[in-house]
Design a binder for this molecule. Structure first.
Ligand SMILES: *[C@@H]1O[C@H](CO)[C@@H](O)[C@H](O)[C@H]1NC(C)=O
Ligand SMILES: *[C@@H]1O[C@H](CO)[C@@H](O)[C@H](O)[C@H]1NC(C)=O
Length: 439
């Protein structure tokens, strides 16, 4: 028995030594600079990601040390050159893009459109969904967005004069959730109506983000979690339970779609929902908090924004300004672009202080070219139009003159700025959230 084990162990060690030699000396990537350890084993990335939670920072350091092209894992190359971005992210006419879901395959979203590997399958799956989320379609249902903004605003107005402190990030998550579920499922979850804006919804999404690195690296854990009852999971680890719940919400909705709505087949419904939920996670959520934070943190920015919004919001809440009109306001547009730019920490450039001013007047055209909040090319973000519309209308209501007397309540930049790679950017672990006082 001992002999057999010994043999197996020896074989395993020899095998791994050969694999490492192959990666270091024979791989087509062997000439790419970078730490030798990272080229030899994916566990380097896993360790940095799980132990320090700051692989983006580590990658930035690698680029500083080894130059614009580095090899952070045995099979990946990272290119840190904004001018090269447009070469990589192209539309279908230029080049077909296959996607390696490897790092995301542990997330239980193998069927989602965004991670469909093959270019043609991806196009086929994406097309109906992309039409569904086209700009005309979003505009057509804009009244839903207006209704949600009115509801959000009325709830915040009730806090006037109370000095209450509210987790505004919960409110934003409920707002985005209500809109996207209505848009995709023709159902109204009424998350904004819930006490304190249904914090469970926010927590299930954020718990989600925190376990993403774990599932990303150790894929079988998420499969294992499927077999454990949610109650037990919650007792063991609330974050993993949140992740599971999140998946279940999707699955439960699918049953309803199957029974009730005949106009779309079941598979399409599933994909739509998963992709869209994923998109909310990717773009909308942290951005609303980020923008609101930096507007509240700088009285000059706030004053300019309020002045610009004065006329267009004069009839609120009876008349809710339209997305198309709000888009024409240069300063509001600048604030939103700046928030999205900072949120794109995928661009490995997290610690920039916000400056909407840089989007006003004759700015460097490279800024527009390199502005890729929803990523570019044939795999850009599906919920993009919905995301823009939500942001514009919500921020206009929030910062209309005479609307709310808000101030930051014990929240600093480190609670907001995304530094943690949960597949999308998330603030540090133990962030206090985005707390705002209403007077
Ligand atoms: C809007 O979405 C529907 C699917 O519900 C789709 O059939 C239609 O083509 C879309 N309209 C536009 C203008 O994209
Ligand atoms: C806003 O609230 C603060 C108290 O935190 C108060 O000093 C200030 O006057 C209020 N501003 C307005 C415009 O009501």
């Amino acid at each position: 028995m001992g002999g057999v084990l010994g043999c197996l162990l020896t074989a395993w060690i020899i095998y791994n030594v050969l694999v490492v030699i192959g990666r270091l000396y024979l791989s087509p990537l062997s000439k790419i600079p970078g730490p030798r350890l990272a080229a030899a084993t994916p566990w380097y990335e896993t360790f940095v990601d799980l132990w320090y939670n700051n692989f983006p920072d580590a990658l930035a350091d690698m680029h500083k040390k080894y130059g614009p092209i580095v090899r952070p894992t045995p099979w990946e190359v990272s290119i840190n050159d904004p001018d090269y971005y447009n070469e990589v992210y192209v539309t279908a006419g230029k080049r077909r893009t296959n996607y390696d879901a490897g790092s995301r395959s542990g997330l239980g979203m193998q069927d989602a459109i965004a991670i469909t590997k093959d270019h043609d399958t991806h196009e086929l799956r994406r097309k109906p969904v992309a039409n569904f989320f086209s700009r005309p379609n979003v505009t057509r249902v804009e009244s839903r967005i207006s209704d949600e903004v009115r509801l959000l605003d009325a709830k915040l107005c009730r806090l006037k004069g109370t000095g209450s402190i509210l987790s505004l990030d919960h409110a934003f998550t409920a707002y985005a959730g209500d809109i996207v579920v209505q848009f995709t499922c023709a159902e109204h979850p009424r998350l904004l109506d819930g006490p304190d804006f249904t914090p469970q919804w926010h927590k299930s999404i954020c718990g989600d983000l925190n376990v993403v690195p774990l599932f990303r690296h150790i894929g079988w854990l998420s499969n294992l979690a499927r077999f454990v009852p949610v109650g037990l999971l919650r007792a063991l680890n609330p974050e993993v339970a949140g992740f599971r719940l999140f998946t279940l919400v999707g699955e439960g909705q699918i049953d309803k779609i199957k029974k009730g709505v005949a106009r779309e087949d079941e598979k399409e419904g599933l994909e739509k929902k998963q992709s869209v939920f994923h998109d909310i996670l990717r773009s909308d959520l942290p951005t609303s908090s980020l923008i609101t934070y930096f507007v509240l943190a700088d009285p000059e920015v706030k004053k300019r924004l309020e002045e610009e919004l004065k006329d267009i919001t004069a009839g609120f809440p009876e008349v809710v300004p339209r997305w198309a009109e709000l888009e024409k306001l240069p300063y509001l547009q600048a604030c939103i672009k700046e928030g999205l730019r900072i949120n794109r920490f995928f661009r490995r450039n997290p610690r920039i202080s916000p400056d909407p001013e840089c989007w006003i007047g004759d700015y460097d055209p490279r800024m527009s070219r390199n502005f890729v909040p929803f990523t570019k090319g044939s795999r850009n973000c599906l919920g993009m139009n919905l995301g823009w519309a939500e942001l514009y209308v919500c921020l206009a209501a929030l910062f209309r003159p005479g609307g709310h007397n808000m101030s930051l309540a014990g929240t600093d930049e480190s609670d907001i700025v995304p530094i943690f790679d949960g597949d999308v950017g998330a603030p540090k672990r133990g962030s206090k959230g985005f707390n705002v006082r209403f007077d």
